[in-house]
Design a protein around this ligand. Structure first.
Ligand code: ARG
Length: 582
């Protein structure tokens, strides 16, 4: 249990000794540190239950609190607010607990199995800036969930189903008509065929095919036909499609990894659609499919709806399943193979209707029990200065690689340390670029949009990734310089700066809990900045290494180590790596 929780429970017991029962004592840091570091507000409510004057109640509680040497400067303000300050001895004690193991300062949640669906990249298309936020937020939420004791799995949920793949294969057929994949008489092993196509080709092929299909009816029909052949696992087409998916997947994996995004499950929509027949049977048996203009639909509107709620299209008039249906199949597949307690969909907030329809249809068919949480964790977009999703200079969709190159050029320029060799400099610039982008991406509340500002995000000063990295590396080198020191406990503190660090650390479990409840990383990003800034002002005020009072010096080193450990833990949760130097 976290220190602050234990303290709240202890104070609850102290209230009991004073003669008062409460459900819970809530310790929120006060912003008038001179009056007290925390305020206990229970007297007001107790006055109603016990029909006593709140100030009298407060006085009795204060008498008990005064017997406890963990508290100093105990006073009553206004009608009965009790202010308390934590004693230096107690502050040292809890810092030591955190120093020993950061996890001593974290409240675990009830264990639960969670699937986080946060990839959504589409096969044979380059990852673009829209995939940045879902990847970053999803990965960080998954790591946070794991830290708090959930069993969390990330699912890439690749878009590999439907027409785009048919189009790609149609265009490959145009360019390489003699490929054995298209030869009906071929009986050999497809894996031995030399396929002259790279991922770069695929990224070029898709837009070409998609444009051709807009102008050429026959081309489109053929692509449709190929799509149907892939979906019915027809020899040749199906095998070629599998290879295209593999080529693309390889590249998608690398791009995600360059952003420290990793998935445990690499399913695609097509894997989920293996459960389509089973899914369809459930809907048929429950009589949930209605015919509408040749399509099969599920009614999902309710009389309470204020906004229009169109029916979910299960299969179109040509028999092809919709995007919604792929998500229904995914729910069924996950239920069968993982039986999760919760599924979090970290996907662009503009897909809200899609998920509302999907979840309602899933509930109607009872694909999962009522207790299972299905939640669309909608994210805002990263915009350009014009307030629209960030584009290339000529107005096209910006690929994720192009964006990272842009940031890399900037972070590379900013490394001025002459002692760093070229190769190393490149590697550091890459790590710093990722940190700059990820921190800026996670700093705003996840649902709000933000504007891409290259200068600001890569700045060494202010609320930025580079600032956090720089400061954390400085802590690390201080620890290295301090070398072996015998002290194992923080025993002495000097001023307000250290106290500020300690109180900030005490607040961490609250921050983590709120973050996971609201499924947003902004408070963690803010916390990192606050703790680091507090530490840096302490660092500026004191000469730690050369401090003559050896007890103080050792305590300061251990305090530095505590802050360093917390920074490393939280940067890790955000998916941010720390370079050796910068
Ligand atoms: N591939 C989809 C797209 O590009 C996003 C998938 C989001 N995840 C999901 N389970 N629907 O729009």
């Amino acid at each position: 249990m976290s220190i602050i929780k234990k303290l709240e429970n202890d104070i609850k017991d102290i209230l009991k000794t004073a003669g008062y029962e409460v459900d819970r004592v809530l310790l929120e840091p006060s912003n008038r540190r001179d009056l007290g570091e925390y305020q206990i507000n229970n007297a007001m409510q107790l006055a109603k239950t016990y029909h006593e004057n709140p100030r009298d109640i407060a006085t009795k509680i204060v008498n008990e609190l005064e017997k406890d040497n963990r508290f100093t400067n105990i006073n009553i303000a206004g009608p009965g607010f009790i202010n308390i300050t934590l004693s230096d001895q107690y502050t040292c004690d809890f810092l030591n607990e955190v120093h020993e193991d950061v996890h001593n300062n974290i409240d675990k949640k009830e264990p639960k199995k969670v699937i986080v669906d946060y990839g959504g990249a589409n096969v044979a298309k380059a990852l673009h800036v829209g995939h940045l936020r879902t990847g970053n937020i999803g990965e960080a939420l998954k790591r946070l969930a794991l830290l708090l004791g959930y069993d969390a799995l990330g699912d890439a949920h690749l878009g590999d189903y439907g027409r785009p793949l048919g189009l790609v294969l149609r265009e490959i057929k145009e360019r390489y008509p003699d490929l054995e994949y298209f030869n009906e008489d071929y009986t050999g092993d497809y894996s031995e065929i030399d396929l002259p196509i790279t991922n770069k080709d695929l990224e070029e092929i898709y837009p070409v095919a998609s444009n051709k299909a807009k102008e050429d009816e026959q081309y489109l029909d053929e692509a449709r036909d190929i799509t149907a052949r892939i979906q019915s696992h027809e020899r040749g087409y199906y095998d070629l499609w599998k290879r295209v998916v593999d080529i693309s997947k390889e590249d998608i994996k690398k791009t995600y990894e360059s952003l420290n995004v990793y998935f445990e499950i690499w399913n695609g929509e097509s894997d989920e659609m293996e459960y389509f027949d089973e899914l369809k049977k459930i809907y048929e048996d429950k009589n949930l499919l209605k015919e509408s203009e040749g399509a099969q639909v599920v009614e999902v509107a309710t009389p309470e709806d204020k906004a229009p709620m169109p029916p979910l299209i299960f299969t179109r008039s040509n028999g092809v399943a919709s995007y919604e249906t792929t998500d229904l199949a995914a729910i069924l597949e996950r239920k069968i193979n993982y039986n999760p307690d919760e599924i979090w969909y970290v996907v662009d907030a503009r897909q809200a209707l899609h998920f509302e329809q999907t979840f309602r249809a899933a509930r109607k068919a009872e694909l999962v029990e009522d207790r299972v949480v299905l939640e669309h964790v909608g994210n805002g977009t990263m915009n350009g200065k014009d307030g629209k999703p960030f584009k290339t200079r000529d107005g096209g969709v910006m690929s994720l690689k192009a964006l990272m190159d842009l940031v890399y050029d900037e972070t590379y320029k900013k490394i001025t340390n002459e002692s760093i060799k070229e190769e190393e400099k490149k590697e550091i610039a890459r790590i710093v670029a990722v940190a700059a982008v990820k921190y800026a991406d996670l700093l705003p509340y996840r649902g709000t949009d933000y504007i891409f500002e290259l200068e600001k995000f890569t700045d060494l000063e202010g609320k930025t990734g580079p600032y956090l990295l720089y400061s954390t590396i400085r802590m690390r080198s201080l620890l290295k310089k301090a070398g072996d020191h015998k002290a194992t406990k923080i025993t002495k503190l000097k001023g307000a700066a250290e106290k500020e660090i300690a109180l900030t650390i005490l607040n961490l479990p609250l921050v983590l809990n709120r973050a996971v409840e609201a499924k947003t990383l902004n408070e963690i990003a803010e916390f990192l900045y606050k703790l680091t800034a507090c530490y840096n002002s302490f660092y500026a005020e004191n000469k730690i290494i050369t401090e003559e009072d050896s007890e103080l010096r050792d305590s300061w080193i251990l305090l530095t180590e505590t802050v360093y450990n917390i920074n490393m833990l939280l940067l890790g949760i955000l998916g941010i790596e720390v370079p050796e130097k910068m």
